[in-house]
Design a protein around this ligand. Structure first.
Ligand SMILES: Nc1ncnc2c1ncn2[C@@H]1O[C@H](COP(=O)(O)OP(=O)(O)OP(=O)(O)O)[C@@H](O)[C@H]1O
Ligand SMILES: O=C(O)[C@H](O)COP(=O)(O)O
Length: 407
């Protein structure tokens, strides 16, 4: 697992300083409204701390994927209003993130002020990690604070490049995310288990490979499990599976055996003739999926098996739902296992760490999001961290200290 040491806000006196704060304001928006405020709420303490101590907080973030040009619908203006509400404080929106407009806004700030600059991805230089863009961002401030763990897997101008030019610190959310993930996997209380579900083996191959080396039990659910069942020689009917991943699945099974990792696959599944609510369903053994049917959830025997396995663990890492949780009744397996994990967590018997966009939705759907020990705000970055990859945004925090390149 990638470990670095980094400076936190404990070693920054923000008074009178202009602080470029990289946040992740890439919040989910549906029908024009923010549908989940988690990222804003989790970021707020960092801003509050810096502003209350007299810092001048210049918030920068990307939003969505405007592909290097201004897209009015992807402006951060409405999100800065939501931030102001969460902070209970005036936040000024600035309609550019570099250049004269941003410079004069930064120059006019008083101690304790908070401004939000426009979407960094309105410039192509952001995603290209253009050194000029990084320098322009750095020129706005005296120090850089990165609080965007969920964007730390991107080597972009505002997440990586800028830290070459300013003394850099981890914000409180970044610090919490890194410490929670380290505690869960670097030196976990054992036995440690992982549940990995979701749609495709191909997108989580590195994750499975790395987890097998770290955990004592690895349960695979969701459509990914179908590929494993097929690799075992079972017919999986019309279920979603990846034929080009069969050998990979076999190799993962062999590696688990070799390393003594208990790889748990579904023993029964809930199948349906169609991918739609109200379609007929049946529960069948994992080895007996009818030719014209598809597996859309784990069955009750698998659910009971997973719950029994959870009771033997001290730490659980969870990414990916066990079934098509968006389409009841195929949420039952995920709901039951999530609720069992929540109960053990509340009883102090299990430490649970979860992350991933759909995973967070699935845990919320099961009404247990707040009962996990830790839920990461990250999707892609959470996965890459669990895969053992080095995250560029995190690396820069440990490398860029006082000794930075002059502008
Ligand atoms: N048996 C199944 N058949 C088809 N799709 C499935 C099955 N089980 C789960 N899924 C789908 O997998 C999707 C979630 O997988 P994904 O890998 O994207 O999760 P995640 O890593 O938490 O999310 P994200 O990629 O957004 O961070 C859900 O939309 C769910 O419906
Ligand atoms: O939501 C996320 O995972 C981060 O904000 C990164 O967004 P991206 O996948 O568009 O880089």
């Amino acid at each position: 697992m990638a470990t670095q040491s980094f400076k936190t806000l404990d070693s920054l006196d923000p008074r009178g300083k202009k602080i470029l704060l990289r946040a992740d304001l890439n919040v989910p928006v549906h029908d024009g409204a923010i549908s989940d405020l988690t990222r804003i709420e989790r970021l707020a303490p960092t801003i509050r701390e810096l502003a209350d101590k007299g810092g001048r907080v210049i918030v920068v973030s990307h939003f969505d994927r405007p592909k290097g040009k201004p897209v009015p619908a992807l402006s951060l203006a409405p999100i800065s209003e939501a931030l102001a509400k969460a902070l209970g404080k005036k936040v000024t929106f600035v309609p550019d993130c570099i250049g004269k407009v941003a410079q004069s806004a930064a120059a006019a700030m008083q101690d304790g002020d908070v401004i939000v600059l426009e979407n960094t991805r309105f410039y192509a230089g952001e995603e290209k990690n253009d050194p000029e863009m990084a320098k322009s961002l750095a020129a706005l401030a005296d120090v850089y604070v990165n609080d965007a763990f969920s964007a730390a897997h991107r080597a972009h101008a505002s997440t990586e490049g800028v830290a070459h030019h300013l003394p850099s610190f981890a914000g409180r959310l970044m610090e919490i995310e890194l410490n929670a993930l380290k505690a869960a996997l670097e030196n976990p209380e054992r036995p440690v288990g992982a549940i990995v579900g979701g749609a495709k083996v191909s997108t989580k191959l590195d994750l499975l490979d790395n987890l097998i080396e770290k955990v004592d039990m690895l349960a695979v659910g969701g459509a990914m499990a179908n590929t494993f069942l097929a690799a075992q020689g079972y017919s999986v009917g019309k279920s979603l599976k990846e034929d080009d991943m069969l050998d990979t699945a076999k190799a993962i099974m062999a590696k688990a055996k070799e390393r003594g990792c208990d790889l748990v696959l579904p023993v029964d599944v809930v199948v349906s003739s169609d991918f739609m609510a109200g379609a007929p369903t049946e529960t069948v053994a994992a080895s007996a999926i009818p030719a014209d049917w598809m597996a859309l959830d784990v069955g009750p025997k698998t659910t009971a098996l997973l719950i029994q396995k959870l009771s033997t663990l001290k730490t659980l890492v969870w990414n990916g739902p066990l079934g098509v949780f968006e389409l009841p009744p195929f949420d039952e397996g995920t709901n039951a296992v999530a609720q069992a994990a929540a109960k053990l967590t509340k009883e102090g018997k299990l430490k649970t760490v979860a992350g991933g966009g759909d995973t967070v939705s699935a845990l919320r759907h099961a009404h247990v999001l707040h009962d996990m020990s830790y839920v990461s705000t990250a999707g892609g970055a959470f996965l890459e961290w669990l895969e053992g990859k080095i995250l560029p945004g995190v690396v820069m925090l440990s490398q860029a200290g006082e000794d930075v390149a002059p502008l």
